[in-house]
Each structure stands twice: as structure tokens, then as C-alpha cells.
Design a protein around this ligand. Sequence first.
Ligand code: ADP
Ligand code: RBF
Ligand code: MG
Length: 377
Amino acid sequence: MSVAKKLIKCVMLDLDGTLLNTDGIVGNVLKVLLGKYGKDWDGREGQKIIGTTPFEAAAAVVQDYELPCSTIEFLSEISPLFSDQWCNIKPLPGANRLIKHLKSHGVPMALASNSPRESIEAKISYHDGWKNSFSVIIGGDEVRTGKPSPEIFIEAAKRLSIEPSSCLVIEDSVPGVTAGKTAEMEVVAVPSLPKQSHLYTAADEVINSLLDLQLEKWGLPPFEDWVEGTLPLDPWYIGGPVVKGFGRGSKVLGIPTANLSTKGYSDLLSEHPAGVYFGWAGLPASGVFKMVMSIGWNPYFDNKEKTIEPWLLHDFNEDFYGEELRLVVVGYIRPEANFPSLESLVAKIHEDRRVAERALDLPLYSSFKNDSYLRSS
Ligand code: ADP
Ligand code: RBF
Ligand code: MG
């Protein structure tokens, strides 16, 4: 067993982009409001405002889109549009699990966000048990300067009477990581923007999603919900006709992956972190099969698009392009990774196959084989 890097006594959590999937909502609201000004919201701008204070975000948008209003006017126009959406923000995968786990082990948690205190309270009110789990909640309006200033984290530590060096910050944004490091805390980054891990080098660790958090590394009680190398998930469903992929699954790797179109699924795909998952696959003409798949950008090939690549664990005599493929995803195995060679990538995918095949025989997962979604068309 590896030795913990530090003995951590409490965890400081950021809210938007770390615990809550706020980014989609922000994009939708900006699209609508900028439309009224006759402007087109360009999603890439999102990168610029992640982790900033509401005022800074508004100022950046007003300036970049040359809006004929002041930052204050823009803020007062957009604030009610955001408030209307708070009930629609979903927790990010692993957020509920983390909060419940730390709470049940008596590890104090602080919620430290650049959002105003009132917005924080409103947002978390939609999530059972969250408010009572935090010993301290601090908003950007309760300190002189928001992140990247360390003030918000230092104040949270003070209120918990815990030394900064015994605090672990979990953050999705670059300003948040800067704030945590400047506060002399340990920082785990969970970047909310894909393929941007190079911007987070100041963090002590960069992980792909909260599902990959290893608390024992920090001297905290480890998660106990992994089962034979797999993490059970609330099952989720995706299906559609099999489309042509990159044309290399069988040819280059000897591992065919029956690609689903990503059009029309962008919301569903953005909800699920990149990684290796498994479950059951249904093809109406042939039956139900074990399945292991990757979701993401395939770091080894550095794709431009997030794809879903299911390998059905069965020998088919023919291709089945165009057929309706239904998937029930029941568990998680690991984050996507890069590999020094094609052989090592292939070896790892075969290991994933063995993990999935064994796990899917456990009652916990095998019951989903009979899910009616897999057989309907
Ligand atoms: P593409 O890049 O077009 O997805 P692949 O080389 O990955 O091509 O091959 C995938 C195709 O192979 C699937 O669309 C399907 O028609 C066929 N196929 C045959 N056996 C399997 C299998 N066990 N799992 C997934 N697809 C399979
Ligand atoms: N590609 C990667 O670059 N890194 C991975 O860690 C990775 N893991 C995979 C795991 C499984 C179970 C499967 C089926 C595929 C995985 N791939 C991974 C994707 C592989 O590169 C992909 O199937 C090919 O790019 C085919 O288009
Ligand atoms: Mg494929």
C-alpha cells in the first residue's frame, strides 16, 4: 500500500463545476440573453469564465461581445435567468457519493464558492442532505476578494479551526487551484474542461472525475464501494443505430467497437465523464451481450470528438452497421489513459474485458441483463 502524501483533516469543496454540473446551464442562459442582443454565444468563451466571480464573468462577456450595457446592468439582467435554472442543475457523477462518504466518516467539509452566499444556498437546497453536510459555507460575497485569492479558503480553515496544511481542496477551475495552493493547502484538480490538464500543473493531483478520487492517498478513509475492480453506478441508458467509427477498432487494435452516433446525445455524453465503463448491450436480432466500452477522446489517438466505443463481448460472424444497439451502463472501471505503445493499450483493454466479464456475473450487475430497454425497439 502506498503511503499517504499528507494527513488531511478536512475537505474544502468548490460548488459549480466540481459538485454541480453548472456549465451547461451557464451556456444555455448566455445563449438566450446574447441572442436578445443579436449576438451568437460561442461556447469556447466558457473556458474564460469558469471559476471567476459573477462580476468578472459578466464583465468579460460584456467586453468580448461589445454589449451596449454596463457590467452591472448585464448582471441584473442575467441573474434572474440563472435563478430560474438552479432547480435543473444535476450533481456531477461522484458528488453525492463523496459527500455521503465524508459525512458518514465524520470528516469535516467546507463549501467555498465564488458565487454569492445566497446563490449557493439556493443551488444546494435542491440536493438532499447537502446543506447539513457542510460545517462551513462561504460565498464570494463574504470575503474581500474571491478566488484566485486564497482568502476564501483561509477563512474556511479558520472557521473550522484547522491548519491550512491539513486541508484538501477539490476544485475544477484554474483560479480555484491557484487559490488553494496560495492558501498552502493540498489541491486535487478535477478539470471541468476536457483536454486542459496542462493548465492545472500547480495542483498536487489532477484527476478525470470525482469517481477517480482516492481518498487514502490523503490519509482519509477510503471509499468502500468498489467491487472486484468496478464501481457500481446508477444505471444509465443509451441507444441508437450503429454508425461507422474511426475505422481502426478492428483493423488497428483487433478490438471492434460498435460506435453510436454522438449527435443528439451531446447532453447525455457531457453528463458522463470520460472513462471505461461496462454493462449490457442489446441487438434486437441477436440478443443481449456483455459489453465493455470507453467514452471520451481516446488519449492514445487524441480524437477531436468525445465518442462512445462499445465492444460487445461476443464473436459475431458479420458486421451489424445500421442495427439498433441498446446499452445499459451499470458500472465504471477506470479513467481513459494514454499508453506508451499500441500493445500496452490493447493489453489494458483486454484486462478491462476480463474485469467486466467477471463483474457482470455478480447479481448486482447481472440483474440488468433482463432490462426491457435492451429488448425493445
Ligand atoms: P468502426 O470504426 O466503423 O466502428 P470497427 O473496426 O470498430 O469499425 O468495427 C466495429 C464494427 O464491427 C461494428 O460496427 C459492428 O458492425 C462490427 N462488430 C463485429 N463484432 C463486434 C463486436 N464484438 N463488438 C462490436 N462491434 C462488432
Ligand atoms: N483508448 C485510449 O486512448 N485510452 C484508453 O484508455 C482506452 N480504453 C479503452 C477501453 C475499452 C474497454 C475500449 C473498448 C476501448 C478503449 N480505448 C481507449 C479506445 C480505443 O482507442 C478505441 O476503441 C479505438 O480508438 C477505436 O476507435
Ligand atoms: Mg468502432
